[in-house]
Design a protein around this ligand. Structure first.
Ligand code: SF4
Length: 103
Protein backbone atom coordinates (compact mmCIF):
# COMPACT_ATOMS: atom_id res chain seq x y z
CA UNK A 1 0.00 0.00 0.00
CA UNK A 2 2.82 2.39 0.73
CA UNK A 3 3.90 2.08 -2.85
CA UNK A 4 0.35 2.63 -4.05
CA UNK A 5 0.16 5.58 -1.69
CA UNK A 6 3.39 7.01 -3.09
CA UNK A 7 1.96 6.55 -6.55
CA UNK A 8 -1.19 8.31 -5.45
CA UNK A 9 0.82 11.19 -4.01
CA UNK A 10 3.47 11.51 -6.65
CA UNK A 11 1.46 10.31 -9.60
CA UNK A 12 4.04 7.67 -10.37
CA UNK A 13 3.11 4.48 -12.10
CA UNK A 14 5.49 1.58 -11.73
CA UNK A 15 5.18 -1.71 -13.58
CA UNK A 16 4.55 -4.40 -10.95
CA UNK A 17 7.95 -6.04 -11.24
CA UNK A 18 9.78 -2.74 -10.95
CA UNK A 19 7.75 -1.48 -8.02
CA UNK A 20 9.67 -3.24 -5.27
CA UNK A 21 13.09 -2.61 -6.76
CA UNK A 22 12.28 1.04 -7.31
CA UNK A 23 10.75 1.59 -3.91
CA UNK A 24 12.46 2.66 -0.73
CA UNK A 25 13.56 -0.57 0.93
CA UNK A 26 11.35 -0.08 3.99
CA UNK A 27 8.20 0.25 1.93
CA UNK A 28 7.95 -3.43 1.16
CA UNK A 29 7.56 -4.07 4.91
CA UNK A 30 4.72 -1.63 5.49
CA UNK A 31 1.63 -3.20 7.06
CA UNK A 32 -0.53 -1.16 4.71
CA UNK A 33 1.11 -2.56 1.63
CA UNK A 34 -1.83 -4.75 0.69
CA UNK A 35 -4.53 -2.45 1.99
CA UNK A 36 -6.76 0.03 0.26
CA UNK A 37 -4.78 3.32 0.02
CA UNK A 38 -7.97 5.27 0.72
CA UNK A 39 -7.78 4.12 4.36
CA UNK A 40 -4.70 6.31 4.68
CA UNK A 41 -6.30 9.34 3.09
CA UNK A 42 -9.18 9.81 5.52
CA UNK A 43 -11.62 12.64 5.35
CA UNK A 44 -12.21 12.95 9.09
CA UNK A 45 -10.75 12.29 12.53
CA UNK A 46 -12.37 8.87 12.81
CA UNK A 47 -10.61 7.83 9.62
CA UNK A 48 -7.31 9.21 10.89
CA UNK A 49 -7.65 7.12 14.06
CA UNK A 50 -8.37 4.01 12.03
CA UNK A 51 -5.22 4.52 9.93
CA UNK A 52 -3.18 5.40 13.01
CA UNK A 53 -4.11 2.09 14.66
CA UNK A 54 -2.73 0.20 11.69
CA UNK A 55 0.45 2.27 11.68
CA UNK A 56 0.91 1.74 15.41
CA UNK A 57 1.91 -1.89 14.83
CA UNK A 58 3.88 -1.31 11.66
CA UNK A 59 7.55 -2.30 11.79
CA UNK A 60 8.61 0.55 9.49
CA UNK A 61 6.67 3.33 11.16
CA UNK A 62 9.68 5.54 11.84
CA UNK A 63 11.05 5.21 8.31
CA UNK A 64 7.62 5.98 6.93
CA UNK A 65 7.26 9.07 9.06
CA UNK A 66 10.73 10.33 8.18
CA UNK A 67 10.03 9.72 4.50
CA UNK A 68 6.87 11.80 4.67
CA UNK A 69 8.66 14.57 6.57
CA UNK A 70 11.68 14.61 4.26
CA UNK A 71 9.47 14.73 1.18
CA UNK A 72 7.04 17.26 2.65
CA UNK A 73 4.10 15.00 1.93
CA UNK A 74 1.10 16.90 3.15
CA UNK A 75 -1.68 14.43 2.38
CA UNK A 76 -2.66 11.31 4.25
CA UNK A 77 -1.50 9.40 7.29
CA UNK A 78 2.15 8.37 7.24
CA UNK A 79 4.06 6.77 10.07
CA UNK A 80 0.98 7.09 12.25
CA UNK A 81 0.84 10.85 11.85
CA UNK A 82 -1.73 13.08 10.26
CA UNK A 83 -0.90 16.04 8.03
CA UNK A 84 -1.36 18.40 10.96
CA UNK A 85 0.91 16.37 13.21
CA UNK A 86 3.63 16.30 10.58
CA UNK A 87 3.40 20.07 10.20
CA UNK A 88 3.84 20.36 13.97
CA UNK A 89 6.85 18.03 13.94
CA UNK A 90 8.49 19.99 11.13
CA UNK A 91 7.80 23.29 12.90
CA UNK A 92 9.24 21.95 16.17
CA UNK A 93 12.34 20.70 14.37
CA UNK A 94 12.82 24.05 12.62
CA UNK A 95 12.51 25.88 15.93
CA UNK A 96 14.92 23.48 17.62
CA UNK A 97 17.41 24.03 14.81
CA UNK A 98 17.09 27.80 15.13
CA UNK A 99 17.48 27.51 18.89
CA UNK A 100 20.57 25.34 18.56
CA UNK A 101 22.11 27.72 16.02
CA UNK A 102 21.58 30.73 18.28
CA UNK A 103 23.31 29.12 21.26
S1 SF4 B 1 3.52 3.37 9.20
FE1 SF4 B 1 1.44 3.23 8.40
S2 SF4 B 1 1.47 4.28 6.43
FE2 SF4 B 1 3.59 3.84 7.02
S3 SF4 B 1 4.11 1.89 6.06
FE3 SF4 B 1 3.37 1.44 8.10
S4 SF4 B 1 1.17 1.07 7.93
FE4 SF4 B 1 1.86 2.10 6.06
Amino acid sequence: MVIKKVEKILGRVYPTDVTEAGAERWMVHGLCRTMDPDIFFPSDGVGVDKARKICHNCPVRESCLEYALANHIDHGVWGGSSERERRRILRARRLAKIGAASN
